[in-house]
Design a protein. Sequence first.
Length: 296
Amino acid sequence: MGKFKTLMIGALLLMTALPAAGRGDALPLTGAAPYPPVESALGEDGLSYDDGSIQVRIEPEVVNDTNIFWVSVKITDPSQLRTALAGPKGSKVLAQPMTIAKRANAVLAINGDFFTSHNSGVVYRQGQMMRNVPAYTRDELLIDENGDLHILAFPPHTGKAKIAEAIAAFQETHEIREAFAFGPGLIIDGKVQEFDHREKVSCDYMNRAQRAVFCQTGPMEYLFLVTEGKEQFQPGFTVPECTELLVKRGGVQQAYNLDGGNSAQIVLCGEKINAAQYEKARNIADMICFATTVRP
């Protein structure tokens, strides 16, 4: 009996060391994610999701007579943080956010930087360079092989060669999985940034509008702040006011301003979450996506 008991204990220890049944490892880095969201993992309120490989929680709130949404995400592998395009590389094809999210098999999708609407900045999507036109007016958001966010902000009139050198230096120690060219960077390494907004890309910095901000709070843990605005007949927020909200929330290590206005969209398991009273959304070029590793 003693030997049998020892074998049973060993078997149980081995079982606990193995990944959960049906759980995948790293996802392919190109194309759509291979597995769709797990229907049973969506919370009854339609604002949460947890399948063991990814957790999403959406917290609506009203601040200054404006609807805001805190979107918390935790993943178990960096490959779950992905991007999706409306059309092929080099095209200016646009599509509805829900269409892009569904094609990508995204659990959660939030708009990106709409890089096809301008011609500057360094842009990568899923490891593939889309554009290489360095510009000091556009702070760069780089996402590496660990799923970590790095924001590169440059002094006014920094030459293209210097920016290219900084990105090349980054690539000596990291892989660029994604690179966004919008900004500005609001919080870098836990420190609120100070800059002359007139020397950054135009984002109606001091005007109240609908906003979207992408943040990192820990290893493979992220936070999005998405607000409504004048498009929904609400006051909205300036970019500094968004920064104040993030500081008050706490725990934000990196924060990067994304395209706002009607581009600001949240899609969870195929359903549009923000501005739900409006059936349609603006057609956009790209989305930031989070996928499951759980096989059907």
